[in-house]
Design a protein around this ligand. Structure first.
Ligand code: SF4
Length: 458
């Protein structure tokens, strides 16, 4: 804290700009908000123009090779900016920083600091570090300390709040446990206070984040249900969502209790990754396809209108046509509302990288991905079509000008989500739309595609 105050004093009389680029998942988005919050406090302003920045930060993701390559290539491109402006500070943060720390310093000597997933929260303390040597901090041993969210957080309708960091599951293909460390739950009161501040700012929906939210509190002797009940009491908060639930940790007690908490939305994201028991075993996922089906049935028995979404990987090493067909069959049996599908991407350091050859060709991976997505489009279309004519509660989040419409009065599109996380659009006038953002409204569904619903406002 003392160091932050010194910086505040030093920077009082001149303005500095920070450019932050975020790669990867919602948890990184949340972290970037926390980091910008700390920087605003010591006098920085955010800029979207990298050329005007005094501080450039890349908050990176190592889960897939593509995101990592993109971050490194954008980092490389900042070299010429540093040559023009020697006082410019450049920092690499997050999972790629954690994973490739020393290599980054060697290959990109113009970088000022590389802060891993637990050290990046202390960013302000590193900013006045002036030496020829760049700073490398990537210890995973410490507890996360540093930022607490304050009033400058965004006042959008729906925001992310990370409740648990890290993961102790060690799925064979996943880099997360190596770059984010073991599961670490945030203090329940700290989360509660943060959500209260957000709601005071106008936020109506919070999305609780974690690699595996169902394990929240295990390390601090609290249950996720207790947190959800506490948050449910906050006046002005309309909805609570949570992502992601590991299938092995979703149980009947949890489903019973979320059913009884009114603000919890009817949506659960439970990645099955593969429909083949052989591949699931090799992935170290700790459940079988039969157990997954049982859980889906149990969830639907308690909450019949719930939407269920999933993640699926195709082209995992040794995946045969038969394994892939098992995945398609599992999807057909479970009829899930949406999928996030990925081609297997080998990540150095993981168990599958060490032990298995990436033996499925790019062409086969792409073909399987296409077949899978076509199947899901058909399932999503059927599910969404069944909603035509029903009334749905929508929380309106955004407004945009409609490009092509003959209806001059209602030439804006308002966008929101149902409790089941389905995107809904409606045409409206600007006056109506502006009044509606952040409000709940029951609408009638008129049209559907695989990806969204169109509503008529009553
Ligand atoms: S549960 Fe598995 S896939 Fe998810 S973050 Fe943990 S190790 Fe990675």
């Amino acid at each position: 804290m003392i160091e932050i105050n010194i910086l505040k004093f030093k920077m009082k009389n001149f303005k500095k700009y920070v450019y932050i680029k975020t790669f990867g998942c919602q948890m990184n988005v949340y972290d970037s908000i926390l980091i910008s919050e700390g920087l605003l406090e010591i006098g920085y302003e955010l800029t979207e123009n990298i050329e005007t920045a005094d501080l450039i930060l890349f908050n990176t993701c190592a889960v897939r090779g593509l995101a990592e390559h993109k971050a490194l290539s954008e980092l490389g491109a900042t070299k010429k900016l540093k040559t023009k402006k020697p006082d410019l500070q450049i920092g690499m943060l997050g999972c790629v920083a954690q994973n490739l720390g020393k290599k980054i310093l060697k290959s990109y000597p113009f970088v000022d600091f590389v802060l891993g997933t637990k050290e990046m929260y202390k960013l302000p303390t590193y900013l006045n570090y002036k030496t020829d040597k760049a700073r490398l901090e990537v210890s995973l041993d410490n507890k996360i300390v540093g930022y607490k969210t304050k009033k400058n957080l965004p006042n959008s309708v729906s925001v992310f709040v990370t409740i648990i960091r890290g993961c102790s599951n060690f799925c064979s293909y996943c880099i997360v446990p190596f770059v984010r460390g073991k599961e670490e739950s945030r203090n329940i009161d700290e989360i509660f206070d943060e959500v209260k501040i957000l709601v005071g700012n106008g936020v109506k929906e919070i999305v609780l984040l974690g690699q595996n939210v169902n394990i929240y509190g295990k390390d601090i002797n609290i249950k996720l249900e207790s947190l959800l009940q506490k948050l449910n009491e906050i006046d002005g908060l309309y909805r609570i969502r949570y992502f992601t639930s590991h299938p092995k940790d979703v149980n009947e007690d949890f489903i019973k209790s979320i059913k009884s908490i009114p603000k919890i939305c009817e949506h659960i994201h439970i990645p099955f990754q593969s429909g083949s028991n052989r591949i699931l075993k090799s992935m170290n996922r700790k459940y079988t396809r039969e157990e997954y089906i049982e859980k889906v049935n149990m969830i639907r028995d308690y909450i019949p209108n719930i939407a269920i979404t999933t993640d699926i990987i195709v082209g995992y090493p040794t995946e045969t046509e038969k394994d892939f067909v098992d995945t398609l069959e599992l999807l057909k049996v479970c009829k899930l509302d949406n999928i996030y599908s990925f081609k297997y991407s080998p990540r150095a350091g993981t168990l599958s990288y060490k032990n298995l050859e990436d033996d499925i060709s790019k062409e086969i991976k792409e073909k399987r991905l296409e077949i899978l997505n076509n199947l899901e489009n058909e399932i999503s279309r059927q599910i969404n079509n069944s909603l035509i004519g029903t009334s749905q509660e929508v929380l309106w989040e955004n407004l945009k000008k409609t490009k092509t419409t003959l209806d001059i009065k209602n030439n804006f599109t308002i966008e929101g989500r149902t409790r089941t996380f389905k995107k809904v659009f409606a045409n409206t006038s600007i006056q109506n739309a502006e009044k509606s953002i952040g409000k709940l409204e029951v609408v009638e569904i008129k049209k559907a595609t695989a990806y969204s619903l169109t509503a008529e406002r009553k």
